[in-house]
Ligand binder design. Structure first.
Ligand code: PLP
Length: 432
């Protein structure tokens, strides 16, 4: 049993990803190595896209939250799937531009966009700038005025929905740095102001209630709250909001304890709520956007490492040291995230030992996990950590001046590098 459907074991007892022998990949490209299965990425894109076609008459757009995993080739894959991009910085916007992305299909987020970022977005005709606060609305209006264009925006709203997830990634509630609160009237005041701004077109409203969510109910509740707000705007300001962006946050399987909902089911259920609320509230059905990130990239990725030392501390624990760690996967040190790992060159054997997998950085907290089940492990073995496609490469750092690993895509039994391994020259490239 593996956490991702594309993983298997071949006749040599080696772990395969998308049909490719991971031990061979480690040999060919070196470790640490990110491996992503392009077919699985595309499959997840298609299930979100098809769910909008099937349950909401195609009146919507999937925007991949590129912060989960962003590089030019990923943007190209999204484009070829007919999917837009959600970006949160000029760096992600620039990557999208280099990949030739359609800027009409971009949502530009962020709670503190700089003037440089807003100008870049306006110059490149970003389809939707998600405005986070009044200060930003005013700055954007004057930037658009100077350039003599109208900026299309959505407002980030805090719908006050508790998504039952880790506190650090819960963002729908009032005590969040993101967006406008509904309860206090702040959101309504912002809408009033936007409607009167000369160079702003309010296209819609946005909410994102958190991440790694397994229930559908909080999404349904958020949609209900947002539609009630749209009805209030229509009634009191005589202004019809065209679009509703319901964000991302769909949970994935990191360990066997996680039980994700099939991705189609979200739109199936949420569409029902949207349609019935619109009827009840006498408003038109909005164009819907959703922004999956983790659920598109996460399950498609694994990270391969080579084991250095194995340290048995009698009656305490066994440390298995690998050639990567928090530099390529900071999620344990950030959130104590759980992962499953296996010895790729012995993947068919039972995982009957418990170990702590330790990274190579000078931090005691630099771990991939504690109490992890693993096959018998020796120096030189290849370890695969599963479901690392999201928030790993994108969160990687050069702590201890360790070069970042490359990313290899697997497609139809073939592998290719999409991000090269960082070199030592690049580590010192900006040093004077
Ligand atoms: C992070 C984020 C997402 C994606 O969240 P996932 O949990 O990766 O699906 C979508 N929209 C916004 C605004 C976000 O901040």
């Amino acid at each position: 049993m593996f956490v991702s459907e594309n993983l298997s074991v071949n006749e040599k007892g080696h772990l395969t990803a998308g049909g490719v022998d991971t031990v061979e990949l480690a040999k060919q490209y070196g470790t640490p190595l990110y491996v992503m299965d392009e077919n699985l990425i595309r499959k997840h894109c298609a299930s979100f896209k098809n769910s909008i076609d099937k349950y909401y008459d195609g009146k919507g757009l999937v925007c991949y939250a590129s912060k989960a995993f962003c590089c030019k080739e990923m943007c190209r894959v999204m484009m070829s799937e007919g999917i837009g991009l959600d970006v949160v910085s000029i760096g992600e916007l620039y990557t999208a531009k280099c990949a030739g992305a359609d800027f009409e299909k971009i949502c530009f987020h962020g709670n503190n966009k700089t003037d440089e970022e807003l100008e870049f977005a306006v110059e490149n005709n970003v389809g939707r700038i998600i405005v986070d606060n009044i200060f930003e609305l005013e700055r954007l209006n004057s930037i658009a005025e100077k350039k003599n264009v109208t900026a299309n925006i959505m407002f980030r709203i805090k719908p006050g929905v508790d998504a039952h997830t880790h506190n650090f990634i819960r963002t729908g509630q009032i005590d969040s740095k993101f967006g406008f609160a509904l309860e206090t009237g702040e959101a309504f005041e912002a809408v009033k102001e936007a409607v009167s701004c000369s160079h702003i077109h309010l296209k819609g409203l946005h909410c994102h209630i958190g991440s790694q969510i397994f229930d559908i109910a909080p999404f349904e509740e958020a949609a209900r709250v947002m539609l009630e707000f749209i009805a209030k705007i229509k009634k009191e300001l005589d202004f019809e909001v065209d679009e509703l962006n319901l964000g991302g946050g769909f949970g994935i399987m990191y360990t066997e304890d996680n039980d994700p909902v099939p991705y189609e089911n979200y739109m199936e259920k949420v569409s029902e709520v949207v349609k019935s609320c619109c009827n009840q509230l006498n408003i038109k059905q909005p164009f819907i956007l959703i922004e999956p990130g983790r659920s598109i990239a996460g399950p498609a990725g694994i990270t391969l490492y080579t084991v250095g030392g194995v340290k048995h501390i009698p009656d305490i624990r066994t440390y298995v040291s690998i050639d990567g760690g928090m530099i390529d996967n900071p999620r344990y040190i950030l959130y104590q995230s759980e992962y499953e790992a296996l010895v790729a060159n012995r993947a068919g054997e039972p995982r009957d030992t418990k170990v702590t997998i330790a990274g190579k950085c000078c931090e005691s907290g630099d771990l991939i996990g504690e109490g992890m089940k693993l096959q018998k492990v020796e120096p030189g073995d290849v370890i695969a950590v599963c479901a690392t496609g999201a928030y790993n490469y994108s969160m990687a750092s050069n702590y201890n001046r360790i070069p970042r690993p490359p990313v290899v895509f697997i497609k139809d039994g073939q592998s290719r590098v999409v991000v090269k391994r960082e070199t030592l020259e690049e580590i010192v490239a900006n040093d004077i």
